[in-house]
Design a binder for this molecule. Structure first.
Ligand SMILES: [Zn+2]
Length: 134
């Protein structure tokens, strides 16, 4: 039978061994967030919301770059922390909303909307000029 002292020494040796051989990255999955970009969150600037409690980024106190998949082309793109801050605090986007389209798809969508608006306004203008001519 081992004495308490011996047992203690053994445990300590094991602990040291464990600590020195432990891999640098502990525990499974790499983080989903892209490392690097963060931006401080100011909850007072957020758009009012009916939901209870603060959104995740407000609880954490800062925004983090996140990867998302574009709803248009399924490409993965980074929604950067500074752009999130702009969206939620300057543009007053809903705190429940998230990035949906990649840059390329957003540009296409913007162009499509602008085109639709032009067609609509031209139609209205044509109708008005017809009315005033009559
Ligand atoms: Zn896209």
């Amino acid at each position: 039978m081992k004495s308490g002292k011996q047992r203690k020494a053994e445990l300590k040796a094991n602990r040291v061994k464990r600590e020195t051989t432990r891999p640098v990255l502990r525990g499974g999955e790499p983080r989903r967030e892209v490392s690097g970009g963060t931006a401080p969150c100011n909850p007072h600037n957020l758009a009012p919301s009916n939901s209870f409690g603060l959104p995740e980024f407000a609880q954490r106190g800062y925004y983090m770059d996140v990867l998302f998949k574009c709803a248009g082309c399924e490409k993965e793109e980074v929604w950067s922390a500074t752009r999130q801050k702009w969206w939620y605090e300057v543009a007053k986007g809903s705190v429940e909303s998230k990035a949906k389209l990649c840059n390329a798809c957003r540009r296409v969508e913007r162009e499509r909307k602008a085109q639709a608006r032009r067609v609509h306004l031209e139609g209205v203008a044509a109708k008005l000029s017809k009315q005033s001519a009559a």
